[in-house]
Design a protein around this ligand. Structure first.
Ligand SMILES: [Zn+2]
Ligand SMILES: [Zn+2]
Length: 244
């Protein structure tokens, strides 16, 4: 189906309720129907949010897997690294929207250091020399740097990705995951509300596993068990270890 037909097909009708308008789900559209992969991803994510918000467990995992399944364009299977790159570009925009919602909640006063649990303090790598920015600055700087690197033609092309560029994606994905970890451990209400609405963390985690981007030990549930260990050692007030 061509995009023009797609527009025609949507045809809102007089008397249609808002629910009916938004519940509209188009017939099967493939990556070949889109002028580029980035638009196709946007479309699939929008559809996913509409359809899967109330899902959980295996049903949700399967739907997320479908989202990351490498598509065929024409008769050519998309380069897997390129597919991961395009998804990361889309995810960064969503993470940015998440961080924007923390205005007045995560500040220099509330979170002087960028931490998930107390075990690690993350140094901001967006500077000539890594430095200890407060959490909101760390997140903003990391997002800005990630967006600028991901948009750079110097590192990424639209055809396929070198192994070196893929390593860069791993580095960016690992640093961005810390945004989720910080919000989860320090702003739980905001984390829960945003997750209920978007399932962004669940999608990002599965994305990271599927494309081998973030080590398992960095995931929230693994940091959580370390946090429990730390709490049981109540007498130790060791300073946090540093990572960048
Ligand atoms: Zn904070
Ligand atoms: Zn910084």
């Amino acid at each position: 189906m061509a995009l023009a037909d797609f527009e025609d097909f949507r045809g809102y009708l007089p008397g249609m309720s808002a629910d009916e308008m938004w519940a509209w789900i188009p017939p099967t559209i493939t990556a070949s129907d889109f002028p580029d992969l980035q638009l196709y991803i946007e479309y699939r994510v929008r559809l996913f949010k509409q359809k899967c918000r109330s899902m959980s467990g295996e049903e949700l995992t399967n739907q997320i897997n479908l989202l990351y399944e490498t598509p065929t364009v024409g008769d050519k299977l998309t380069d897997r690294n390129l597919w991961a790159y395009k998804h990361l570009r889309a995810l960064v925009v969503e993470i940015q929207q998440f961080v924007c919602q923390l205005e007045d909640i995560c500040t220099y006063q509330t979170c002087k250091e960028m931490k998930a649990t107390d075990e690690w303090q993350f140094l901001c790598a967006s500077h000539h020399k890594p430095q200890a920015c407060c959490a909101i600055d760390y997140m903003t700087h990391t997002l800005d740097t990630s967006i600028s690197v991901l948009n750079s033609k110097q590192f990424f092309s639209d055809d396929n990705l070198s192994e070196e560029s893929y390593k860069l994606i791993q580095q960016i994905a690992r640093r961005l995951y810390r945004v989720f970890a910080h919000i989860y451990f320090n702003h739980q209400e905001q984390f829960r509300d945003f997750e209920n609405e978007t399932l962004l963390h669940e999608r990002y985690k599965q994305f990271s596993v599927q494309f081998n981007l973030v080590p398992n030990a960095n995931f929230i549930e693994n940091l959580k068990s370390k946090k429990a260990d730390n709490i049981s050692m109540t007498t130790s007030q060791l300073p946090p270890k540093m990572k960048h």
